[in-house]
Design a protein around this ligand. Sequence first.
Ligand SMILES: Cc1cc2nc3c(=O)[nH]c(=O)nc-3n(C[C@H](O)[C@H](O)[C@H](O)COP(=O)(O)OP(=O)(O)OC[C@H]3O[C@@H](n4cnc5c(N)ncnc54)[C@H](O)[C@@H]3O)c2cc1C
Length: 517
Amino acid sequence: MAEVYDLAIIGGGINGCGIARDAAGRGCSVYLCEQNDLGSGTSSASTKLIHGGLRYLEYYEFRLVREALQEREVLWRMAPHIIWPLRFVLPHLPGLRPSWFLRLGLFLYDHLGGRDRLPGTRGLDLRCDPAGQPLKPGFARAFEYSDCWVEDARLVALNAQDAAARGATIRTRTRFLTATRADGLWTVTVEDVRSGRRSTIRARALVNAAGPWVAAVLNQGVHAGVDARIRLVQGSHIVVPKLFDHDRCYIFQNADKRIVFAIPYERDFTLIGTTDRDYEGDPAAVHASEEEIAYLCAAAGEYFAKPVTPADVVWTYSGVRPLYDDGASTAQAATRDYVLAVDAPQDGPQDKQAALLSIFGGKITTYRRLADAAIAKLTPFLPKLGAAGSGWSSATTLPGGDFPVEGFDALVAGLRREFPFVAPAHMQRLARAYGTRVRTLLNGATRAEDLGRDFGATLTEAEVRYLMAEEWAETADDVLWRRSKLGLRLGREQAEALDAFMAEERARRMRASDAAE
Ligand SMILES: Cc1cc2nc3c(=O)[nH]c(=O)nc-3n(C[C@H](O)[C@H](O)[C@H](O)COP(=O)(O)OP(=O)(O)OC[C@H]3O[C@@H](n4cnc5c(N)ncnc54)[C@H](O)[C@@H]3O)c2cc1C
């Protein structure tokens, strides 16, 4: 008979993994399936901001903005290695939003709640501040305010890692096929996409956290009476060699009323995004179009003294926002808030009703609050969930984040003393990715040779093995574009050598696990 879990979750993006962590932390048995790699959907294609969303104030989304503002420092405390404060420079452009309007928005932003450590807004004179230096002459005034940066795909992996440490079963490369409800349980059929092998599990409740695929899962696999109100909105980013030398980010107002960010990225680059346009088709096939690339170059070119051209672009990425369809006229106006829909047969005791929870919308910033709200919705059906109470998830750090919130430099200095053979820039990168888990990764190494082969750009065999053993990495893409962004630095041959190594390593691990059974 197939194993019975309290909760089965479809989708290993930020929302699925966030719910898995929260539920496992409250003592539930959890099963999560992800058809590809963790975070391979929208959750690795964001602008990577933990932000209140200044522009959402224009759409009166006060509930969302307040919740998001409060989450900034909560998430920073939970994972100070992969989340850190960022200052945003908003130049004033005559003819667009008036200065009083920006000042009012930023006053609300500073005071809606949740700001303890992050510095507040200030005015800048761009004629003498270094932030004015890369801009065209003529920009005189700007505001500067705070939000945070997040390594989005790593946030997903760390939530999955923590969920697993609390007992959750995480299955990547495992596609959900169908679920049927009978006798108070879901029977869920999944397929291992590597082998084609099908298997079933049973669960007391089911969560559809399939992001842009939420409607496909409902229509093809579950056939429950849920109205799939989803609006798919594409957003693309471009990466160019760095355009400025300071560590602040720009938020540019565009003539079409949209805003575009230019963010310092991976030390040597600038990240520019994003776009907003309705999307149809397979979310997995989304890619930045030439038109979007030209739009982003032009938007940046309105502000930077040096033109930004499509020829400068070294990498692009694109994602599909799974927004709740609130009937807004334009893609940029569609709500960024989340909606949780519960479906359960209305007969018998609630804890025997096999509830289905579907998630529409949501931001990376609010994933923990969304998970908390999801658990509240499911508690009548799974009373065990309520027992631990809410809020535990904010009080517990994510893997590697157990050091003081403003103690990153001290962490790096300590690690450098323990592992003096690791070069400073290499250690800085490792500490940013793994925090205190660097010690597990380096696993008692006392000299550089102990870390094994170097695949390029300081990516060693020790790191790859750690990612395979602890973070479900299986291919070079998982390592180069989601667990890290070293794909920006490795050439094709180096990536192929990494892929070959990982394939061998996977086969070796499979043989070892077969022998153990
Ligand atoms: C361009 C852009 C910029 C953004 N910027 C920000 C930002 O700066 N800050 C912020 O807070 N938010 C931002 N967001 C929003 C945020 O990225 C998303 O709301 C969030 O990542 C959605 O997460 P998710 O878990 O719902 O979906 P996903 O990350 O897409 O996860 C769903 C997962 O389900 C899996 N799946 C689907 N079908 C199946 C199946 N049948 N079986 C198994 N698995 C399945 C998919 O493979 C996928 O991995 C941005 C979004 C976009 C597109």
